[in-house]
Design a protein around this ligand. Structure first.
Ligand code: 3BY
Ligand code: FES
Ligand code: FE
Length: 422
């Protein structure tokens, strides 16, 4: 690789220059979304360093349950051990490196490698390695652990040896909002894995604004399109919706106060490592759920909450997740990079553990709005990817209502700077 003046430049130089050129308030230059070396750097600087949302507790309800998640080139094995504690390991056998658990979820007393049958306990200890010589020390070959934290039933892992500071503090602020919904005991009602034809950052940026929300007719039945607008910037055509929002919001606040539910907006989207936004927010129409008329999609309420009319608790975290937690169900979204131009969006729908499919909820009704919304977003992300991949693309300006997109990009650039200075 040579630069225009023919001095050799390394990938780190190209990334360093692009980071230095980044204009705040504008979208990122093309290579951030298209270039293989930038993608690899994203894995090193973000996905291998930060706390990454990968799953929900409810995906592994019983001891022995296991699942695996791919984070770029890493594969992480999640298991619930005999003490019901969730653990994460690198999904790599300590013999000759075979992938230990392939594919979907399952349950097992032990983890047996499919190659030469090395056998690990659910705590990662190597229990059995056939035909090794006397003196072979099994204690030296346990599975390599990965840091794991469950926050009110949402599972995060960190691949770094030394996780970034601040996560526990953020978790302790987020957890009180989540606990009334009792997500760690909830049941997975549905899951979807959508491969989007775009860079992971385009998926995230798209999630951080409602400037494009006209593309979501199903969602907009109940989701207020004024999300992200400051009072002064609300366009004329959204004023009637805003009036409805103000009324619903006032009523909701009274409910939250009465029930003692935390609801105030916490928005810490600055460049610190653990950046997040959390807020209980009103929904339109019946105000209960993401359905055509806003009424609950599931009759049994999470945590046996006393009313379905709680709007939605919206939680957005850097770098890769968002959640909508309602009275009747919750939806977890995690974004996992596959390649510079391909991204996996995992969506999980949760309901009360005793809610019965076909009796308390219809799975199609439960998923309809966000399946449609995800597909619509995937189309927009693919459009954006095609545009930014061409030579004519230049970074463009964010509108005020896209301030959370800017916050995401500036947080991301801060992570690249950290990595470049390491
Ligand atoms: O999931 C979200 O938070 C949404 C949906 C619409 C725009 N975005 C803010
Ligand atoms: Fe796992 Fe040989 S690679 S037992
Ligand atoms: Fe969208």
């Amino acid at each position: 690789m040579t630069s225009p003046d023919s001095t050799p430049s390394t990938p780190a130089d190209r990334i360093r220059n692009a980071v230095a050129r980044r204009v705040p308030g504008r979208s990122l230059e093309g290579p951030f979304y298209t270039d293989r070396e930038f993608f690899d750097f994203d894995i090193a600087a973000v996905f291998a360093r930060q706390w990454i949302a990968v799953a929900v507790d409810a995906e592994l309800p019983e001891p022995g349950d296991r699942t695996s998640v791919e984070i770029g080139p890493y594969s992480v094995l999640l298991v619930r051990d005999d003490e019901e504690k969730l653990r994460a390991f690198h999904n790599v056998c300590r013999h000759r490196g075979a992938r230990l658990v392939e594919g979907d979820d399952g349950s097992a007393g032990n983890l047996v490698c499919g190659y030469h049958k090395w056998t690990y306990g659910l705590d990662g200890r190597l229990l059995h390695a056939p035909s090794q010589p006397a003196g072979f020390d099994r204690a030296c070959f346990g599975l390599a652990p990965v840091h794991l934290r469950s926050v009110g039933g949402l599972v995060f892992v960190c691949l770094a040896e030394q996780p970034p500071a601040g996560f526990d503090e953020a978790a302790s602020r987020i957890e009180p909002y989540l606990l009334p919904h009792d997500l760690s005991r909830a049941k997975v009602a549905a899951r979807s894995e959508l491969v989007e034809e775009g860079n992971w950052k385009l998926v995230m940026e798209n999630n951080r604004e409602c400037y494009h929300c006209d593309e979501h007719p199903e969602l907009l039945r109940t989701f207020f399109p004024t999300y992200g607008y400051s009072e002064a910037d609300i366009p004329l055509r959204l004023r009637p919706a805003h009036q409805r929002y103000l009324r619903a919001d006032a009523e909701l606040r009274a409910t939250f106060e009465r029930l003692g539910l935390p609801y105030t907006l916490v928005e810490e989207l600055d460049d610190r490592s653990t950046a997040f936004r959390i807020q209980r927010d009103a929904l339109d129409l019946a105000g209960e759920s993401f359905t055509p008329d806003g009424t609950a999609a599931c009759r049994r309420l999470l945590g046996d909450l006393p009313t379905a009319r709680l709007g939605h608790l919206a939680l957005h975290l850097q770098p890769n997740s968002w959640f909508h937690v309602l009275a009747d169900h919750a939806i977890a979204f995690s974004v996992l990079p596959l390649a510079a131009d391909r991204t996996l969006l995992r969506t999980t729908w949760l309901v009360h553990p005793e809610a019965q499919e076909g009796v308390d909820y219809d799975p199609d009704t439960l998923q309809r709005v966000w399946r449609a919304t995800n597909e619509q977003d995937a189309r927009l992300v693919a459009l954006a990817q095609r545009g930014v991949s061409g030579p004519a693309y230049r970074p463009g300006p964010y509108a005020p209502t896209e301030y959370q997109v800017e916050a995401f990009c500036s947080w991301y650039i801060a992570r690249l700077r950290e990595e470049l200075n390491r």
